[in-house]
Design a protein around this ligand. Structure first.
Ligand code: ARG
Length: 399
């Protein structure tokens, strides 16, 4: 029996041509695997059939939407994950779940390798291959676009010569990637960071100036996980989808950034992630209500480290697992309700409450009912500033 390779299949030009291209170059049979992470657009059945029409010996579709939301996006939310403080890791989060299914299918079908359609210039190649290496070290990764010199021009010629059923719609001017956590758009005229994004780029969000009237939503959390919107219990996936719609309507979560890629390049990226940005705003507010000051401050550092690791393709790593253990421990009391006002491109927290709140009215108030003993502050400040005072005396004497 010929050796087999499992290809992460998107249904687009590169991975469709990649099927025959891989087969010709390696002699391996190609199994196509399309993983649904909420990218929307085409019917997954059409994508499955297209892989067969392009020469795959088998074509598999996995609906990973709920798994992606529960096991990948919820940990990201608990970590308030943002790369460079701006990018909620949309593509970086989907690669490990796709890689996980590549490894599962490769093992179950006895394949010796996996393949993906990434170029050699981006982060996604690293994420796929580092994840596969961690999950199934015996598998080899092949990237036809990078390793087998499959350029876009060659792909178009190959598709025409082999009569592949690929809709060569008007050539997409951008490279985009999409899942339920958001969309990434790059290349084309965006490669000049001076060029402002145009409305055409966006799919998940409307121009923030269109809807004047605000929407309000109340999100309920239990142990850091959103469980209901306006009192209606829902799965993480359904909550994200609903927030994508309502926050997207107000243009929440549009991001435009020059980003530091792992491979050393700076690239200009436009993102839209309405649900993710609304959820992170709500989650952060609930944490400020329920986490102790030190835990909260320390966690900000852990969040940045966690985001860097995941951006850099190390989802399945020892450090990431250890940081998750810390983060999970902090979430025990992150339960309660956050009210958000969505308007003009912003998700603003307008109400917060929790049974585990550390906010104590009788300590905070300046009105009657104050139980805070202000006289204690005097001695506290004396000792707090004592090291500075001693050092200042030393510095003055040394002059
Ligand atoms: N720069 C982003 C990241 O590395 C987005 C990548 C989008 N991928 C794509 N194939 N267009 O996470």
């Amino acid at each position: 029996m010929a050796e087999r390779v499992v290809l992460a299949y998107s249904g687009g030009l590169d991975t469709s041509v990649g099927i025959g291209w891989l087969q010709d170059a390696t002699g391996k049979e190609v199994v196509a695997l399309a993983v649904d992470v909420g990218q929307g657009g085409e019917d997954m059945d059409d994508i499955r059939q297209r892989a067969l029409d392009c020469g795959a010996v088998e074509s598999i579709v996995v609906d990973a939407k709920e798994e992606f939301a529960a096991d990948f996006l919820m940990p990201a939310l608990k970590a308030n994950a943002m790369y460079q403080k701006t990018y909620p890791l949309v593509s970086a989060l989907s690669r490990p779940v796709i890689a996980k299914h590549l490894a599962i299918v490769a093992k179950s079908l006895g394949a010796d390798s996996v393949a993906h359609g990434c170029t050699g210039k981006g982060n996604d190649q690293v994420r796929f291959e580092a994840a596969v290496a961690a999950l199934a070290p015996e598998l080899t990764s092949i990237a036809p676009v990078r390793d087998l010199a499959l350029t876009r021009d060659k792909a178009i010629i190959y598709a025409e010569e082999h009569n592949l059923p690929i809709r060569q719609s008007a050539k997409n001017p951008y490279s985009s990637d999409k899942n339920v956590w958001g969309r990434a758009v790059e290349t084309g005229f965006l490669e000049d960071p001076w060029n402002a994004p145009i409305e055409d780029l966006y799919e998940y969000t409307q121009d923030p100036s269109v809807f004047k009237e605000a929407d309000e939503v109340t999100i309920s959390f239990v142990a850091g996980i959103p469980v209901a919107i306006d009192g209606v219990a829902m799965s993480p996936l359904a909550i994200i989808e609903q927030l994508n719609a309502v926050a997207g309507k107000h243009g929440v979560g549009r991001i435009d950034v020059v980003e530091d890629r792992l491979v050393g390049i700076k690239s200009r990226e436009v993102y839209e992630a309405p649900g993710a940005i609304a959820l992170i705003a709500a989650h952060e507010a609930l944490e400020s209500l329920t986490l102790e000051r030190d835990v909260s401050r320390y966690k900000r550092g852990v969040e940045a480290e966690w985001s860097n690791l995941v951006y850099d393709g190390l989802w399945f790593s020892g450090l990431k697992r250890s940081l998750d253990a810390f983060i999970d421990d902090t979430q025990k009391y992150v339960s309660g309700d956050i009210r958000l006002k969505l308007q003009g491109g912003r998700a603003v927290v307008t109400g917060q409450k929790s049974e585990s709140s550390l906010y104590d009215f009788s300590l905070a108030t300046y009105d009657t009912g104050d139980t805070f003993d202000q006289s204690l502050s005097k001695g506290f400040i004396e000792l707090w500033s004592l090291p500075s005072k001693i050092a200042a005396r030393r510095d003055a004497a040394a002059k």
